[in-house]
Design a protein around this ligand. Structure first.
Ligand SMILES: [Zn+2]
Length: 167
């Protein structure tokens, strides 16, 4: 019988603990319209009638002005990386290293978080222009999982002044 010591096994680097939580989500009018647009492969925000800010995803009201938003604004999906993080430990379904980033979508006034792929993590930078990669039409559901990740596009980096308020 062989006894294995802790030193021979090496350090524990990851512990997987499956946890699940079942719940029902009632999205409301604004989020329902947004989720349906996602199923059609579109990103649709809403503009505040008072301050003109465009929210994506929309919540049906401007949290700054306290007024309802109902003007819909379809966004191209392209955006600018304003902040990012390189994660060097694996996550379920993601090999390390991988990059998650806050992206300011063109025409929107708040950032959204997505993965950045199809690029060496060392090349990701603030101001980098990116576009969404959608799942196949037949796999689309009414959620943001329809966007698999963002990838760089062949455009010059955005000027710092255009996104400095979001860094
Ligand atoms: Zn407002």
């Amino acid at each position: 019988m062989t006894e294995t010591t802790d030193a021979a096994l090496g350090p524990v680097t990851i512990v997987e603990t499956p946890i699940s939580l079942d719940f029902s989500y009632t999205p409301g009018v604004a989020a329902s319209r947004f989720l349906r647009s996602l199923q059609q492969g579109k990103l649709v925000g809403q503009r505040c009638p008072k301050c003109q800010k465009v929210y994506m995803p929309p919540r049906g009201a401007c949290s700054m002005c306290g007024v309802a938003t109902d003007e819909e604004v379809e966004l191209s999906g392209k955006g600018t990386v304003t902040t990012f993080c390189v994660t060097r430990i694996p996550s379920p379904g993601l090999e390390a290293p991988y990059v998650s980033a806050w992206i300011l979508l063109d025409g929107a006034d708040i950032t959204s978080m997505f993965l950045i792929q199809e690029v060496d993590p060392a090349d990701v930078r603030l101001g980098m222009r990116v576009e969404p990669v959608w799942v196949d039409d037949s796999d689309r559901k009414s959620d943001l999982g329809n966007i698999k990740y963002y990838r760089p596009i062949d455009e010059p980096d955005a000027e710092y002044d255009t996104y400095k308020a979001y860094v």
